[in-house]
Design a protein around this ligand. Structure first.
Ligand code: SF4
Length: 628
């Protein structure tokens, strides 16, 4: 055992509260986050899975992180196998190694952590003495194929329901093969890559996935946590003053994901993080999170405020995690109660069209957050292409409302390389930033100071399960030129500080998000070669452009189709066609009886409690039936 690593881990534990060491549990799970402790502890998904696994009596769950620089040197120099944080047990001695992966860029770190653990990276090289390797997290239902060959089982969907099903299957079956087959046969929620043959066409595209065993589904359905009220249903019930319905929806026993381990030295570690809603109704066509968490659901204010009250003795900072904070039907109650408790409030993201006066007031009062807003582009036409239904005039007005409160610095998220983008569109981006800067200076006169506009430029990476899934990423040289042109012109504007992503990073992301199973070879090699992707591509002979720079036809079998997200082909195709004509679409209403995108009518939501996410009219325990 390497003493210096153990000391480093113990020092980290000394700064934390709330972690668990369960003795005598029959099933030991190493919950791995493929990044360092400081970053991982800011991830609510990790906290959630840690809490859920440890709630199960048979399970003891410990955390494992990518070592920081000092620890990595120690691991490599001493050839110490990777250890868990809580008890410094070798990861290879656990029964289950479960990765929680939110970003495909962390795939390299996943492979690196298996290598450090001295566990064979390829699932075919492992036997029944090795731990079961599981992958979960948002990346798992976007496109798990690039790491399918590393993984025994992939949890496709939301952890609140899958954690328990996984443990049941492990406890109730004898051998690894039996566990995998029983999980695969559930039909949704668990994808076992080794139980499928992938058939390729002569041109290298995927022809089909063929299950090897009876009862294994052709496609694996996404599992959706269905105990939370649908956002639109709750909003309408409140608006119509349907008291009984509102009470029924708000009094369900829902799980409110929140900080499980207090870790003040980590990023965002000095605040209570709590998820207030999941999914976004707007349907921005580039946004994988929006589509992959359909339908939007909420945690009732009651549960959020109860947790906030419990934690107030420990911290006066709270981070509300949501893709659309102001869409929460009870946001006024949540904000006013949190302010009454004297919390300093921050939010994970702000949607421009729904920033309310009271949220802005709360953010200004807390002085805890730089406001970041996302116009995405400077062209009203391009904003219709991506289905972000805001105009430049509205964006300037919203930024003005921020400046008028004395917050004179804003960060602007902007994208380059959007479908149908021209240099005229990019010129409009410069004009928009200039207008926002002028509005900031105008407000600044009243406060006797000037602020800063910080445009953050990213290249668009078309994501699976979005309407842009058929599109190539903008050519690397062209993307580089466009990013350079925009950066150069924005830099000329006073009080503007540009930050730009490299075109290379966009292409790396595209490879990991849109690749098929063959891309695993690149990931394994790059992890071995300390992240050198170019060398890994040379060694493996994989052509990255085949995966990233090719417009796919509607007829092509997409590698990520093995996961059935619930979004219908027709819906995504129509959205894609509308984008080419700059036509916008209505948001997801998140109410009963909607069948627009295909998610709600699909079978896995039919198991949900009545009135929460089902399509039937709403029936409360009191027998009241309400069509919504
Ligand atoms: S079916 Fe309708 S309510 Fe359900 S997620 Fe799709 S658009 Fe939203």
């Amino acid at each position: 055992m390497n003493k210096r690593i153990v000391e480093s881990y113990k020092k980290k534990l000394e700064t934390e509260e709330g972690y668990l060491v369960k003795c005598g549990a029959s099933l030991r799970i190493a919950l791995c986050y493929p990044n360092t402790h400081g970053i991982g502890m800011a991830n609510l998904g990790l906290h959630t899975m840690y809490e859920l696994f440890n709630k199960i009596p048979e399970v003891s769950c410990e955390r494992v992180f990518l070592p920081d620089d000092f620890e990595m040197r120690e691991y490599e120099n001493q050839r110490t196998p990777l250890l868990s944080l809580e008890t410094q047990t070798p990861v290879k001695d656990f029964d289950v190694v479960a990765f929680s992966i939110s970003f495909e860029t962390d795939y390299l770190n996943m492979a690196r952590m298996l290598q450090l653990s001295q566990i064979p990276v390829w699932s075919k090289d492992r036997n029944h003495f090795h731990p079961l390797v599981v992958m979960g997290g948002a990346a798992s239902f976007l496109n798990p194929e690039p790491i399918a060959d590393f993984t025994d089982v992939i949890a496709v969907g939301e952890g609140e329901i899958l954690a328990f099903q996984l443990v049941d299957a492990i406890v109730e079956n004898e051998t690894k093969d039996e566990i995998l087959l029983s999980l695969a046969r559930i039909g949704r929620g668990f994808y076992v890559p080794s139980l499928y043959d992938v058939i390729y066409n002569a041109d290298g595209t995927v022809f089909d996935y063929v299950p090897k065993e009876a009862g294994v589904p052709k496609r694996v359905g996404r599992a959706v946590a269905s105990a939370n009220p649908k956002e639109g249903t709750l909003r309408r019930a409140i608006k119509r003053k349907e008291t009984e319905v509102v009470e029924f929806l708000m009094n369900q026993d829902v799980f409110a994901p929140s900080t499980a381990v207090w870790s003040p030295k980590a990023e965002m570690g000095d605040r209570l993080l709590i998820e207030i809603s999941r999914g976004c109704s707007q349907g921005c066509r580039f946004c994988w999170a929006g589509y992959n968490y359909y339908p939007p659901r909420v945690v009732p204010a009651r549960d959020i405020l109860a947790k906030a009250s419990q934690w107030r003795g420990k911290t006066n900072k709270i981070g509300l995690v949501s893709t659309a904070v102001c869409d929460h039907p009870e946001i006024s109650t949540i904000l006013s109660e949190l302010r009454r408790m004297e919390y300093r409030i921050s939010v994970s993201s702000l949607r421009l069209d729904q920033i309310s006066e009271e949220l802005l007031d709360a953010l200004v009062e807390s002085k805890d957050q730089q406001i970041a807003v996302a116009p995405e582009t400077g062209s009203d036409r391009l904003r219709r292409v991506i289905n972000k239904n805001l105009t430049n005039d509205e964006i300037v007005d919203i930024c003005g409302a921020v400046f008028d409160r004395g917050m004179l610095t804003v960060k602007l998220y902007l994208m380059v390389g959007l479908p149908t983008e021209t240099y005229e569109d990019l010129e409009e981006m410069i004009v928009l930033v200039e207008r926002i800067k002028d509005r900031m200076l105008e407000a600044g006169k009243r406060f006797g100071r000037a602020g800063k506009i910080i445009p953050s430029l990213n290249g668009l990476v078309p994501k699976p399960n979005t309407p842009f899934q058929w599109d190539a990423v903008c050519d690397e040289k062209e993307l580089k030129n466009r990013l350079k042109w925009v950066s150069k012109n924005l830099s000329k504007i006073p009080n503007v500080e540009v930050r730009a992503m490299s075109a290379r990073i966009a292409h790396e992301q595209a490879l990991f998000s849109s690749g098929d199973r063959t891309v695993a070879k690149v990931i394994e090699a790059a992890a071995r070669l300390r992240g050198n992707l170019n060398e890994a591509l040379r060694e493996t002979g994989i052509d990255a452009a085949f995966h990233t720079s090719r417009n796919r036809s509607y007829e092509e079998f997409l590698p990520w189709s093995i996961v059935d997200s619930g979004l219908s082909f027709e819906f995504l195709k129509t959205e894609h066609e509308k984008s080419q004509e700059a036509l916008s679409s209505k948001p997801c209403p998140a109410v009963e009886k909607c069948t627009t995108c295909g998610v709600c009518p699909t079978t896995w939501l039919a198991d949900a409690p009545v009135g929460l996410v089902q399509l039937q009219s709403l029936r409360t325990p009191h027998g009241l039936t309400v069509g919504v």
